[in-house]
Ligand binder design. Structure first.
Ligand code: MN
Length: 200
């Protein structure tokens, strides 16, 4: 069963001026599409074809022979997740259970933001910065290239794509500016709260 790209949950220009329509048209319309096309082509006609994308990611993560399937499959999943982590009029602070848990595990929302910014800034080269639930604890982690926290048993709550293609058209080399702007204006805390509830 081929993996179908989910619809973008907002218009391509909905995140302006923070993430431009031009960035989203390439990022969603070209990069994400290419990962999905490659993934579908690689699993076609193999026993993996009948599994869900999540199952394929789990099964191929530790298999060097299937690195191409893993890389394209995990990037397909990471991006589908990332689109939902952004929303027009996002940002602010989460309330409720997730807000309380962030304060409990990081000390304060500002400390959490600092950790997320630091993880995003210090991921060397391409990758992702995440808020995850690891056991009973919320943590900020970073992953390189296509790596995704589920293969380490962590449950993703939120992510920021820090591959250059995510920000270069709008911010050039200023990755920290892109990350701070996303955190302050675009993070989708209602989506994160749903993920947190489901992860427990
Ligand atoms: Mn990307």
């Amino acid at each position: 069963m081929a993996y179908k790209q989910p619809a973008l949950p907002y218009a391509e220009d909905a995140l302006e001026p923070f993430v431009s329509a031009k960035t989203l048209s390439f990022h969603y319309g070209k990069h994400h599409v290419a990962y999905i096309t490659n993934y579908n082509n690689l699993v076609a006609g193999t026993p993996l074809e009948s599994l869900s994308l999540e199952e394929v990611i789990t099964q191929t993560a530790a298999d060097p022979q299937k690195i191409g399937i893993f890389n394209n499959g995990a990037q397909a999943w990471n991006h589908s997740f990332y689109w939902n982590c952004l929303t027009p009029n996002g940002g602010g602070e989460p309330s409720g259970e997730l807000g309380a848990k962030i304060t409990a595990d990081f000390g304060s929302f500002d400390k959490f933001k600092d950790e997320l910014k630091s993880a995003a800034a210090t991921q060397f080269g391409s990758g992702w910065a995440w808020l995850v639930l690891d056991g009973q604890t919320l943590k900020v982690v970073k992953t390189g290239n296509a790596q995704t926290p589920s293969t380490s048993g962590q449950k993703p709550i939120l992510t920021i794509d820090v591959w250059e293609h995510a920000y270069y058209l709008d911010y050039q080399n200023r990755r920290p500016d892109y990350v701070a702007t996303v955190i302050d204006n675009l993070l989708n805390w209602p989506f994160a709260a749903e993920n947190f509830r489901a992860a427990q």
